[in-house]
Design a protein around this ligand. Structure first.
Ligand code: ZN
Ligand code: ZN
Length: 358
């Protein structure tokens, strides 16, 4: 990971905004710019120089992880931003408007008297939209853990009458951990039967019964990168309506994936999938955007939604996840991460997408 190159790109962006430096406080952004993996750190990135801040717990860890930066360890709860900013001759300092609480902003304002502070939205997130080769490999590795879990649990004997949503979610999580994941990417969704009508159902003690659909949305966190995949499979015969809905969602997902290419807009890709669902009469049953970027955060830019016109670029990794949800009956969502390549797209998961596994 070339953290210095990333900082250079950020400094270029800061210069465009007429800033001498940017104060970075969002954890994933600090990690992206410095390589630091601990839970508390900040960075002041400027044209004259960059400084990394963390507290006493991380002195030793940061010595290894952030060896190439001037590091300041603070023990009193707040990084010495003011003194560092004046050493770096910063007169106009950007801060992450999405990365400070109101109270932190007040403190910053008071501490930085004499330095103009300017809210900046999404500067590092914009750089993070396009992944480099190393990042893509890490996202692939995280997805690999989820593929192993799907193979072992879902394609194995993990679906059996009486197992609860909570148990199935735990089985998937354990399998991902055994496959090398550091953690889950988010709280695993396992929804049986009528519960599948909730897009983000939280697993309960409901047992699996014949005729249920099983909707699972899960992912692994490995080396800081996330994966995200949804599958909907049948346990027994879910009946003709859910089979029809599954075919509609699968066709929509295929159309969405096919629309992914450099230059395509978020709205265009959303439309490609959504129009399939609308034409089948289920438009009002697809109440969310088509997808989102995945990387150091589970949901990050770019977002694929009908009202956004961001253009896709090679190196982006986005999910394509249409769904149809019918209260009282159930629902179907199919989700894959897709890499935008120079000439089109590459879906990352290897897991089966069929409704019926046998
Ligand atoms: Zn998901
Ligand atoms: Zn997702």
């Amino acid at each position: 990971m070339d953290h210095a190159l990333r900082r250079t790109r950020l400094i270029d962006r800061a210069a465009e905004l007429d800033l001498d430096g940017l104060y970075i406080t969002r954890g994933p952004n600090v990690r992206y710019l410095t390589g630091f993996t601990g839970s508390n750190a900040q960075a002041l990135v400027g044209g004259v120089g960059s400084v990394f801040f963390t507290d006493g717990r991380y002195e030793e860890q940061s010595r290894h992880e952030v060896a190439d930066l001037d590091r300041r360890i603070y023990l009193d709860g707040s990084p010495p931003v003011a003194e560092t900013a004046s050493q770096l001759r910063v007169r106009r300092l950007g801060f992450e408007s999405g990365g400070v609480t109101y109270r932190q902003w007040e403190r910053l304002r008071d501490a930085l008297e004499g330095i103009e502070i300017v809210p900046v939205d999404g500067a590092v997130e914009a750089l993070r939209r396009r992944k480099d080769k190393d990042e893509i490999a890490l996202i692939d590795a995280a997805q690999g853990c989820a593929d192993v879990a799907f193979e072992q649990v879902i394609m194995g004997d993990g679906l059996r009458a009486g197992i609860t949503e909570r148990e199935l979610a735990l089985d998937l999580e354990l399998a991902m951990r055994r496959a090398g994941a550091d953690d889950t990417a988010f709280v695993t969704i396992a929804a049986f039967g009528e519960h599948a009508a909730e897009p983000h159902h939280h697993p309960t003690d409901r047992p699996l019964r014949g005729g249920d659909v099983v909707k699972i949305d899960f992912g692994a966190l490995a080396a800081g990168y996330h994966s995200d995949m949804t599958r909907t499979v049948a346990f027994g015969d879910p009946g003709p309506r859910l089979c029809e809905i599954r075919d509609v969602v699968a066709a929509a997902q295929g159309a969405g994936i096919a629309a992914v290419r450099p230059g395509a807009s978020a709205a265009e890709v959303d439309r490609a999938a959504r129009s399939v669902i609308e034409e089948a009469g289920y438009g009002s049953s697809f109440p969310h955007g088509l997808g989102h970027g995945v990387g150091l955060e589970i949901h990050e830019a770019p977002f694929l939604r009908w009202d956004l016109d961001d253009a896709l670029e090679p190196g982006m990794v986005v999910t394509i996840e249409p769904g149809v949800y019918i209260p009282g009956l159930g629902g179907v969502r199919i989700e894959d991460m897709v890499e935008v390549t120079a000439d089109g797209r590459r879906p990352l998961p290897r897991s089966n997408k069929e409704l019926r596994l046998s």
